[in-house]
Design a protein around this ligand. Structure first.
Ligand code: 5GP
Ligand code: ZN
Length: 107
């Protein structure tokens, strides 16, 4: 297994989870670019959000529900939800993930 997010979701690399659902986990980005920078990642491996959408729409819906819940808990209500899709769009980890970013932290 040489996918970093598979290692995180399977526990091979121990990572403090912010939240978890049936199909997804949320944890802080290792290199935050905003005061809130959380990744929401499906437990199963899909290359990107397009692959996830095509192959497992119910896991996508579950991931979106978790992302919305975490974003509401960790921000003041304004946030970006970003899925970089393809190297040309800045995707560097080819296991689907949403970035939750916000300048407004809820303490
Ligand atoms: P992408 O560029 O693919 O949209 O986003 C990948 C993100 O994963 C980057 O923001 C990067 O900082 C983050 N990242 C890469 N490796 C790790 C890791 O081992 N742990 C965590 N928590 N985040 C990682
Ligand atoms: Zn993976």
């Amino acid at each position: 297994m040489d996918c970093i997010f598979c290692k995180i979701t399977s526990g091979v690399i121990p990572t403090k989870l912010i939240a978890e659902s049936e199909h997804a986990v949320a944890f802080n980005d290792i290199s935050p670019r905003q005061p809130v920078h959380i990744l929401v990642v499906p437990k199963e491996h899909y290359t990107d959000v397009a692959d996830l959408t095509e192959k497992n729409p119910s896991a996508l819906a579950d991931l979106m529900a978790l992302a919305t819940k975490v974003a509401r808990e960790k921000t003041l209500g304004s946030f970006r939800l970003t899925f970089n899709t393809g190297a040309g769009a800045g995707q560097t980890v080819f296991h689907a993930h949403a970035h939750i970013t916000s300048t407004a932290v809820r303490d």
